[in-house]
Design a protein around this ligand. Structure first.
Ligand SMILES: [Zn+2]
Length: 392
């Protein structure tokens, strides 16, 4: 059974221990004792080195803790090795974890929302609370209260108490026997195996980033300490960059973005109207320029480098002028669109389907408008021929 040194001393960053088990490749090591925290209780594992070899993972197997290394440890079972913890990462985890205890205390006691689950990530953390009608404007009030308790610098202590006798726990523990209890003076008492700071001041700033609905509850995203400052810095830089792009002050951004969005919508509407207008003029010119075939039908081919669908408006304007059949093609990809005037009696859907199916393609549509494609663009000329169109 591995002796967990971090249970009683979360500040221990260098220790010696004896290798009691190892895989053949020397990469999975069990020690008689360890200060490395394994992934458990939602908290991420530590990093660092063991015997000078980088740690890649720490696994909790209940009785023992397995240290996964980047390379063989190179010493036999029974050897003494030195473990060195990455203290920056560990302290960050201590700040996030203790911050969560404090936040859960505030959310339960002052807002009436008990914590349902917690997630700690490399980037940010979340706490899910039992609240089905969360008002986002309350986020600032929760944040303010949590930070007020941080600066009161309340003591955080660890004690080992009998499960049957431990009182005032935030959540009753279903574990039997001795419990490890983390107490934030006057705020929270929770059974927890994680690593924590010694006083709330060490948590640093608590930043609530956002809240969102999740399965009838509310998920609050938060970051603590150095991570909160880093995050706020990144946010400020993003705002500054966005503001600079629009030559505005950051606080003018929301109004300005809304204004720009409105302009964009208006512009897009106007663009659509004008392109419709243009299609009408183009259609008139093309229709006039095209001499009817012997059956009196003007057969017009429009070649495009874009999606054939984008020329649908032009094709329909041409068909609307009467006595005409239009085929839009994209010679590069083999796509096509066909529109016919009703007075020609040509069924676009049926004719196009037959023509493209003959070369292994697919297509179809209504008697007036149809779309299709051929597997190989070189087959387009065959389709044009069978539909009675001359190559463009
Ligand atoms: Zn904890």
């Amino acid at each position: 059974m591995t002796d967990r040194l971090y249970y009683t001393n979360a500040r221990l960053d260098r220790f010696t221990a004896v290798v009691v088990d190892s895989t053949h490749d020397g990469r999975r090591i069990v020690l008689d004792r360890t200060a490395f925290y394994p992934t458990s209780g939602g908290q991420l594992h530590d990093l660092g080195t063991l015997g000078g070899i980088a740690i890649v993972d720490i696994i909790d197997e209940d009785e023992r803790i397995v240290h996964c290394l980047a390379d063989s440890i190179g010493v036999p079972v029974g050897s003494m090795v030195v473990g060195q913890i990455d203290t920056t990462r560990r302290f960050d985890h201590m700040q996030q974890h203790t911050g969560q205890h404090l936040l859960s205390g505030v959310l339960t006691d002052e807002f009436g929302w008990p914590t349902l689950s917690v997630h700690f990530g490399d980037d940010s953390n979340t706490v899910d609370v039992a609240c089905d009608d969360f008002d986002p404007t309350v986020l600032a009030a929760i944040e303010h209260r949590a930070n007020a308790l941080v600066v009161q610098n309340r003591r955080v202590t660890i004690s080992f108490e009998d499960g049957a006798e431990a009182t005032e726990l935030r959540k009753p523990s279903d574990r039997e026997g001795e419990l490890r209890i983390v107490t934030i003076d006057g705020i929270d008492r929770s059974a927890c195996g994680g690593t924590h700071v010694d006083s709330t001041g060490e948590i640093g700033v608590i930043l609530l980033r956002r809240a969102e609905r999740t399965k009838g509850n509310t998920r609050i995203e938060f970051v603590c300490g150095h991570r909160a400052v880093t995050r706020a810095r990144l946010d400020a830089e993003l705002l500054t960059k966005a503001a600079r792009t629009l030559s505005a002050a950051p606080h003018d951004l929301p109004g300005l973005v809304e204004q720009q969005l409105h302009r964009l919508t208006e512009g897009e509407r106007e663009r659509k109207r004008l392109s419709g207008e243009l299609a009408r003029y183009q259609a008139a010119a093309m229709w006039t320029a095209r001499i009817p075939d012997s059956d009196g039908v003007r057969r017009i081919v429009v070649s495009t480098a874009g999606a054939v669908k984008e020329s649908e408006s032009l094709a329909q304007h041409l068909a609307a002028l009467g006595g005409s059949a239009v085929l839009v093609i994209n010679p590069a990809v083999g796509g096509m669109l066909m529109a016919t005037a009703e007075d020609t009696g040509i069924d676009a859907g049926q004719r196009l389907r037959t023509a493209v199916q003959a070369v292994g393609g697919r297509g179809g549509g209504s008697p007036r408008l149809a779309q299709g494609a051929v597997p190989d663009p070189v087959q387009l000329s065959l389709v044009l021929q069978s539909l009675g169109f001359a190559a463009p």
